[in-house]
Ligand binder design. Structure first.
Ligand SMILES: Cc1cc2nc3c(=O)[nH]c(=O)nc-3n(C[C@H](O)[C@H](O)[C@H](O)COP(=O)(O)O)c2cc1C
Length: 509
């Protein structure tokens, strides 16, 4: 089985390391004027207007991020709620004017280079306000593009080899990745970003669905080609990454209509240069049929620790800021002051980030481990730390002032130097790939990015600033070794107090 020939994942991972990964050209240049359209635009498609109410329903961000729902009763979101889920996941939350570039739309979740290469699709049964169908979410117009009419959930269920949660779900969101929209800037490293940027969106989606008391489960095991065909994708350009079934219905999924070819014309990126290494790593991590999906999922669940070993972690601070407000005000910090944050703030962020997810690869846990450089945290010596999420404890690795190291590891940028803390989510990739094959690479990146996305939201709920960052891979492992000797860095977030900047030309959307 190609998925278990894991040299492919190592070739990709090592080849896309900063600074000298052999799949990255040092001479590649990108100017923002080359930025492709960040929207998939269909020609001649029927559209459905999404009603949108952005008001708060009264659930705090910290609760929304850290609560693991255990609902078994019927929960079927209506169109209004679905619209809110889409808006607070991937909608436009602000517009900023830049000299020479005009006005740019920014979205609910952070995204590498603001290139917005993740598309969201909806596959649903009849719900209040919306007929069964396959739809594409158009965040620009807040509309759904109609791709197919009819109930196709059965096709998704088949592609997941009858996954148990999916069987009872009235709505399924599917996240896809348009390769060239992001590779225009990041070349082959794009495929890491596919999971980073769907992870930050998912952190929002999980928070807003939890606020609405809608259970969900992240599904990463499915027959890729079947989902691609259902959505009408040209899978050399755009591929499905994750399925998120939402809600619970007591109606059995009916047999699905014939899945004919979709002949809709759409533009998703004007950048035409392809990076074959992206297609190669994606193809080598595909599951080809339901037997492969079943076997893969069996491995996943067999290896995943049982629920009872997971210890619920405490939040240290209570903030009542509602999730909607946090998402709307979030934006990556462009300049940190050198001021300290408190140990209570850091603990709260760490416990929220590692509060766990319900997925087909973990059961209310996270796979990745946070490693920290504390530059300025009141109540904590400056130094490097490992966060033991089971014990909710920080383990001191080395005491000292590591501001310069923090800046260097984060690609020599000012942001990780100025930040109060930098948190590196790290994972034992060798172990994951041995167990789950190349597809484990997707899962490792996604798991870490969701934790990073939760850290973003928790920081903003506590009135701090945060930004995702990229990093020098092997230097991160060396710095945290010997503790992290067998781990690879997957996601980096810097957190601190925002420097008060003169007002930008920003409007909320
Ligand atoms: C995983 C990740 C890595 C990022 N890396 C960097 C970085 O290295 N340097 C930087 O200045 N911004 C970085 N960003 C921030 C993005 O540029 C920012 O999210 C994007 O411009 C959208 O803006 P917003 O987050 O304010 O909505 C990163 C964001 C993410 C999610």
């Amino acid at each position: 089985m190609k998925n278990y020939e894991v040299e492919a994942a190592w070739h990709y991972h090592n080849g896309t390391k900063h600074p000298n990964g052999m799949l990255l050209s040092r001479f590649h240049m990108y100017h923002p004027s080359q930025r492709p359209t960040p929207y998939k635009i269909y020609k001649n498609v029927s559209q459905i207007i999404l009603p949108i109410e952005k008001n708060s329903i009264g659930v705090s961000t910290l609760d929304a991020i850290s609560t693991n729902l255990d609902i078994k009763d019927k929960t079927v979101p209506d169109l209004q709620t679905l619209s809110r889920i889409l808006y607070f996941s991937a909608g436009i939350t602000k517009k900023i004017k830049f000299q020479g570039l005009g006005e740019m739309d920014f979205r609910a979740a952070s995204c590498t280079g603001a290139l917005y290469h993740i598309e969201v699709y909806v596959v649903c049964s009849n719900i209040a306000g919306l007929d069964a169908g396959v739809y594409h979410f158009d965040p620009k117009e807040m509309k759904l593009d109609v791709i197919r009419r009819g109930d196709y959930r059965g096709k998704i269920l088949q592609s997941t080899a009858d996954e148990s949660f999916t069987k009872h779900s009235p709505i399924m969101l599917i996240f896809t990745d348009v390769f060239t929209r992001n590779s225009v800037k990041y070349q082959s490293r794009e495929y890491r970003h596919a999971f980073w940027d769907s992870g930050t969106i998912l952190a929002n989606t999980l928070a807003i669905t939890t606020a609405h008391k809608i259970p969900s489960k992240i599904i990463t095991g499915f027959v890729d080609s079947q989902i691609g065909h259902l959505l009408g994708l040209d899978t050399t350009q755009e591929v499905p990454l994750v399925i998120l079934p939402l809600g619970i219905t007591d109606q059995e999924i009916s047999p699905y209509p014939d899945v004919a070819d979709v002949n809709l014309e759409a533009i998703s990126s004007e950048y035409e240069i392809e990076y074959p290494e992206i297609n190669a790593i994606h193809d080598s991590s595909c599951l080809l049929n339901d037997i492969e999906v079943k076997a893969w999922r069996y491995e996943m669940t067999r290896q995943s620790k049982s629920n009872s070993q997971f210890m619920a972690l405490e939040k240290r601070i209570n903030s009542s800021e509602p999730i909607e407000q946090t998402i709307i005000k979030r934006g990556s910090t462009r300049k940190f002051s050198l001021e300290s944050i408190t140990l209570e703030q850091l603990s709260t962020i760490l416990s929220c980030a590692t509060s766990g997810i319900n997925a087909d690869f973990v059961n209310h846990e996270t796979l990745s481990d946070p490693y920290i450089i504390a530059n300025a945290v009141d109540g904590l010596d400056s130094g490097s730390y490992y966060y033991n999420k089971e014990k909710n404890e920080l383990e001191l690795l080395r005491k000292g002032n590591f501001r310069h190291t923090s800046g260097n590891l984060g690609l020599n940028q000012d942001l990780p130097y100025d930040a109060s803390v930098t948190i590196f989510f790290m994972i034992n990739l060798k172990k994951i790939l041995e167990q789950f094959g190349n597809r484990g690479y997707r899962v490792a990146q996604l798991d870490s990015a969701i934790a990073g996305g939760k850290a973003y939201l928790a920081s903003y709920a506590l009135d701090l600033g945060a930004t995702g960052l990229t990093f020098y891979d092997d230097a991160v492992t060396s710095f945290f070794s010997p503790h992290a000797i067998d781990k690879e860095a997957m996601f980096l977030i810097a957190i601190g107090k925002k420097e008060k900047a003169p007002k930008q030309n920003q409007t909320s959307s």
